[in-house]
Design a protein around this ligand. Sequence first.
Ligand SMILES: Cc1ncc(COP(=O)(O)O)c(C=O)c1O
Length: 447
Amino acid sequence: MITGNESKPNVKNVPGELAKEIIEKDSKFIANTTKASPAVVKNAKGIVFEDVDGNTFFDFTSGVGVVNTGHSHPKIVEAIKNQIERFLHFAGTDFYYDVQVKLAEKLCEITPGDFDKKVYYGNSGAEAVEAAIKMARWSTGKKFFIAFIGAFHGRTMGALGLTASKVVHKQKFFPWMPGVVHVPYPNPYRNPFGIDGYEEPNELVNSVINYIENLFQHFLPSDETAAIFIEPIQGEGGYIVPPKNFFKELFKLANENGILIVDDEIQAGFGRTGKMWAIEHFGIVPHVITTAKAIASGLPLSACIYPAENDFRIKGAHSTTFGGNPVSCASSLATIEVLENGLIKNAEKQGKIMASRLNEMKDKYEIIGDARGIGLMQAIEIVKDKKSKKIDKKTRDEIVEKAFRKGLLLLGCGESGIRFIPPLCINDEQINSAMDIVEEAIKETLS
Ligand SMILES: Cc1ncc(COP(=O)(O)O)c(C=O)c1O
């Protein structure tokens, strides 16, 4: 039985016979989604999981950014069990229960900003984003939005209007929500302005701000723009960290024009970067925060936290049956406690070790063009060579596959990035052992 404290994975044969059977049935009966590796989990604990054929792996995906507290953290399992004994559902939309109110109070307390806030509960990230869209339109009467090229905010038709990371998300789905104008994200490594954003961060920031100001002069009425949606670190788009002062400048522009800033923390938030919210690294207070994924350690829950003065003022304007499910809320309260009691600090500590190992690899291997991230939200970008920066998706996929065969589960991000997002309960030995596997996989791919 796995404990979660294993210092190395142990793989004999993947995918084994039992895994193959399940994968075959999955492809027959389950809708085509984004399946990435033939990982067929049987048990999971901490950062470790065991597959159906008895192989053990390190999970460096955290269930795509969900289990920040580690798989099946005992305190969270206990909180879930206690709530299950009481009741499973009672429609918090129409009636009342304590755990939903307690969590809302806590979320308002831990989100930045000393102003009265309210919480809208949904079940998925996309629902939190939809809530932000509707709240912004409802409360301001304005119709337009700004989002960034490379952004991912979800796949429902409203959120999809904001999403601009991969064309496959949008192909064949038009019309999605109209009224969104996309602008370049200040990607220091690759940007349409041809600026080296690491060397000239201010020039890059000014270029993006000027771009938006230009829009306001020529075709986007600033006084009809309801909100700008940001990801503090662009997630699916490639784990891109903007220059330090970008959000300060963007907020200045937004405030001058009475535009709300919606900070989508669905992937970057909940302790992952070594602070509860990734935006805290940039020293600004957003008007609205959307959160989901890690909020309840694996149970479906999302939240949109916004100024109380922007609340829907008519009953029934927006709502959803399962939003704020009591079991999910109990899990979320326990999740916050576990994060505050050490895991956020650990993310900062382990993130430094991981960043230093990834940067060492970047210096050593011509195919790693960039290494970036904050805390335990890191990525490398695989290129043909450092000079041309030409994207090399094939080599990226090969490295991910080789790492998997050695027991390290990874996911790509962006065009040719590899993301590293282990649960925040990881220890030094496990980080180093995972980084050794990454380096072996790179060496084998190059040989
Ligand atoms: C930043 C961000 N926003 C929104 C979403 C959508 O969340 P969900 O898949 O739960 O709808 C995601 C999912 O990856 C995300 O990373």
